[in-house]
Write a protein that binds this ligand. Sequence first.
Ligand code: SF4
Ligand code: SF4
Length: 381
Amino acid sequence: MANAYLKNEIVAYSKRIGIDKIGFASADPFITLKSRLKIQQENNYQSGFEKGTLEERTEPSTLMPEAKTIISIALAYPSKMKNAPRSKRGERRGIFCRASWGEDYHHILRRKLKALETFILENHPDAKCLSMVDTGELADRAVAERAGIGWSGKNCAIITPEFGSYVYLGELITTIDLPADTPILDQCGTCNKCVDACPTGALVQGGQLDSNKCIAFLTQTKDFLPDKYRKKLGNRLYGCDTCQVVCPENKGKDAHHHPEMEPDPEVVKPKLIPLLMISNREFKGKFGAISGSWRGKKPIQRNAIIALAHYREKEALPHLFDLLKSDPRPVIRGTTAWAIGEIGGGNESEQHLKAAQDREKDEQVQEEIEKGLNILKNEPK
Ligand code: SF4
Ligand code: SF4
């Protein structure tokens, strides 16, 4: 009985500190998840960003042997930006996904979980608590599902009835036995909108994600982007929201509960051309606080070049010629060579590509220059 009382106290406290939804689950092993992850591994669907072993991700007792309960929390984030600047000719803009708007969510979730942990320990000094955010091993979606936060949609996101899938998830494992909540039944039914809308066919077998095909993952890689995905990237600089945006469960969901999650439009929808020349220091100053900068500036710049190609932004050509000539990073020079071809620009572009062909020592960049020249050849006159 005491623990039911404590649960109510924890729920009440979570509301006071601005946690939008909280749920409780047993710390039993996640058997179905384990077999699903095994299949993912076997099919090579994983991104390589996953943390921990299969056991650590599915068996809470490997992280805390006396674990009894996992508390799952959700914080709702905005889906609409106020005063979004327009992307126009000569000033085309890229976009960071919604989960990267505002302050890095890891920090926000950690502060909430820390406060929750302090509250629990004040009420139950003998307890042990371990909180986790994304970087932890335990799969937070499986925890959220079991704790009744939402169901796991075919788009692989947790969908809450209150806030749709626009929620950040975190969890806290504890040694206190707290009454568990009931999972929410899957509401996807016959809907298949996310699977149909995914530009790369990354959502496989309803509810499985092939990370290697997912644009959200691909925007974070540091190497050359495979040719077949370049045209699919659009103006995305980091992440992809398509399978969330098309979801009917997200219709009209736009929570503005946390001032620190409000996006700065110039940061999350920045002009593309200035990104080409940005110094490390400027990059850190402008983008360092958002989660979308965690892989550094190279992937963002590579994606910006691809986005300029997507827009066929001729105004970018002088800057791209500079990059092709002087950037020390092969991925940037090579992607630039391809983008110059895509944008066009006739003789001038051809001359720059041919000059690069004469001086370039890197094999992959040479291949990209060749591609750029071939695309130029077929440019409509
Ligand atoms: Fe497809 Fe984008 Fe969703 Fe990835 S994030 S599954 S690429 S729609
Ligand atoms: Fe489920 Fe449809 Fe939303 Fe996909 S789009 S997660 S199938 S409700």
